[in-house]
Design a protein around this ligand. Structure first.
Ligand code: GLV
Ligand code: MN
Ligand code: MN
Length: 478
């Protein structure tokens, strides 16, 4: 590729950002550049001429994403799975999770990052900036995978972040603020019922810190024992060390597949996330009276299973009654006891997930579900033995300066983008509590996610990594 001479415009970064929702307007772009994976980094942020140390001659640097190696890594990581490919199952602190962690740490090392882990296994790979005392810029996601899911959810934001660092290194970029890749522990709630466990604790949840001392999985293994078996929680079970010091990160950016159909349907390569929906999760238990499925007469039954079934339908009704497409609700777990075809269920356990962009509306749904559980228990003469709101998190807004940096990066790379909300939750929901936050979405096949058919095309992965790399570069210099 020919080298390009571009005279850098040395003005402050955030006054320099192109905010238009359009392709790049820069005229210096090299039209001879035929390779779609190679674009010149025209527009790293400029610095005031009064500080020559800040000047970077970036005019000839190129963003070269190694698409083949990134795909190979995605495929290799998918083999650490407790279900046969293409389904991926990688649950917190299992052998497969530990193997996946080793794989990630190795890649971080190969990228020249210094690796550290905290007491619950959040993994950090740091590239020191030339002003290392400044707050770092973070990027990352998760690699745990819910049962029978796909190989891209979260993984793209971890492997893609390591590749973004490789890209910047190959380009000769020197970060001012340090850049850190984070692999968060257990974004998925699969094992302990707690979503975004790693980022939630990092972001300073003392309630969670205490709760983890007494949290068990469905096999009655405690969180602390499970963590120990994976080599964590060494410091006498003190988890306070996990909580991030205020201002540790000056910005955090997560790359993720959209997990919805919009970008693909509209043919737009990049989603710039403006907000993340507010998730809540609830556990409900009914206790009735078990008995013989043939002999016990219908009028005298106290069937806990039917109470659960009725509550599941009530969840759907309350969600639909909100009248907004943004309100969603799912009963993802419904367990009956003793689970025999000829036995009336004496106990039923439901786990309910409900979300909305609008927190008040989401809270109203939670309240209605609670009222329905009380009413149904009364009507069916069963006991509502448990109603636990596991989490009821507010939505998060992306930071306007990070949005501008993502928009400018997309434009400079000639990539069309769309401002959009995330209906799925992400570790960024919690990082937003302690750092300005932003998210970059790439399209995925038919919006499929949390199932084996999940797929993102190599060119979309390349685009995402390039926008991430350029955004990190800008934030590092800001
Ligand atoms: C994340 O996995 C979510 O359920 O949104
Ligand atoms: Mn997920
Ligand atoms: Mn995810």
């Amino acid at each position: 590729m020919s080298r390009i001479n571009v005279s850098l415009v040395l003005i402050c970064f955030f006054s320099f950002i192109i905010t238009s929702h359009s392709k790049s307007t820069y005229t210096e772009f090299d039209d001879d550049d035929e390779d779609a994976t190679i674009k010149t980094m025209h527009q790293f942020s400029g610095y005031p001429p009064s500080n020559p140390d800040h000047y970077h001659s970036l005019s000839s640097l190129s963003l070269l994403v190694d698409s083949l190696s990134l795909q190979k890594q995605i495929d290799e990581l998918a083999t650490f799975s407790d279900s046969p490919l293409p389904a991926v199952t990688r649950v917190l602190y299992t052998d497969m999770d530990v193997a996946g962690r080793r794989y990630i740490k190795n890649l971080m090392g190969l990228a020249g990052l210094s690796v550290r882990e905290d007491a619950i296994g959040n993994i950090f790979g740091r590239w020191d900036g030339y002003e290392p005392e400044l707050a770092a810029v973070g990027t990352g996601s998760h690699t745990d995978a819910i049962p029978y899911s796909g190989k891209y959810d979260g993984v793209v934001g971890v492997l893609g972040a390591i590749e973004a660092i490789n890209v910047l290194k190959k380009a000769g970029f020197k970060p001012k603020r340090s850049l850190e890749v984070i692999m968060f522990t257990s974004e998925e709630p699969t094992r302990f019922g707690i979503s975004c466990l790693g980022s939630r604790l990092l972001a300073g949840s003392e309630t969670l810190e205490k709760a983890l001392m007494n949290t068990f999985d469905s096999q009655n293994v405690s969180f602390l024992d499970a963590a120990k078996s994976a080599g964590y929680t060494r410091d006498n079970d003190d988890l306070s060390s996990v909580l991030l010091k205020n201002g540790f990160y000056s910005g955090f950016v997560e790359l993720h597949i959209e997990q919805g159909p919009i970008l693909e349907a509209e043919g737009i390569p990049i989603g710039v996330v403006t907000a993340i929906a507010a998730p809540a999760s609830i556990k409900v238990d009914f206790e009735g009276v078990g008995g013989h499925a043939g002999a016990a007469l219908m009028p005298s039954r106290n069937d806990a299973g039917l109470a659960a079934a009725e509550l599941a339908l009530a969840v759907e009704k309350h969600v639909l009654d909100s009248g907004s497409i943004d309100t969603v609700g799912t009963v993802g777990i419904l367990d009956l006891h003793p689970r025999a075809v000829n036995s009336i269920p004496s106990k039923a356990h439901l786990e309910i997930d409900t979300r909305d962009i609008n927190e008040t509306r989401r809270n109203e749904v939670v309240e209605k579900i609670h009222q329905s559980a009380i009413d149904i228990a009364k009507k069916r003469r069963v006991k509502l033995s448990g109603f636990e709101i596991v989490n009821q998190d507010p939505p998060a807004l992306a930071d306007s300066n990070i949005i501008k940096a993502m928009e400018a990066s997309s434009s400079e790379l000639n990539l069309n983008y769309k401002l959009m909300v995330s209906r799925a939750y992400h570790d960024s929901l919690f990082m937003a509590r302690v750092s300005p936050m932003g998210m970059i979405f790439i399209p995925c096949y038919k919006g499929y996610s949390h199932k084996p058919e999940e797929y993102a095309a190599p060119e979309d992965l390349v685009n995402g990594v390039k926008v991430l790399a350029l955004t990190l570069a800008k934030l590092s210099l800001s």
